[in-house]
Write a protein that binds this ligand. Sequence first.
Ligand code: SF4
Length: 113
Amino acid sequence: MKQDIIDLKRRNILKKSLFGLTAVAAVSIVAPNVYAADELPELTEDDPMAMGLGYKKDTATVDAAKQPKHAADQSCANCALYTSTSDTAGTCTIFAGKQVSATGWCTAYAKKA
Ligand code: SF4
C-alpha cells in the first residue's frame, strides 16, 4: 500500500515535469524570436518585401519618376501604420518583426489622421 502511494507521487511528479518541458518546448517553437519592439532588426531596402513596396529608409531619396504618388512631407513618422519605438525608428503593421526608419517611406503610406 505504502509503495503504491510512493509510485503515484513519483508518477505525478514525472507527469508535471513532462508537461512543463512540453510547454517550454511549445513556446520556443511558436515564438522563437521574441524581441521588444525597440530591439527588432532594422528593415533594409533590399528586403524582398521592402523592395516590392518601394521602401526607402529616407523619404528624401524616393525617386519621384518611379513613385509619382510620393510627396516630400510623407514619411513613416506621419503614416497611420507606424508606431514609434524611439526618436528614429518604429514598427509598421506591414513589416511585422522589423523596425522601419521614422524618415522612411513606402507605397503603402497612409496619412495619419
Ligand atoms: S506603411 Fe507607412 S510606416 Fe510602413 S513603411 Fe510604409 S510609409 Fe513607413
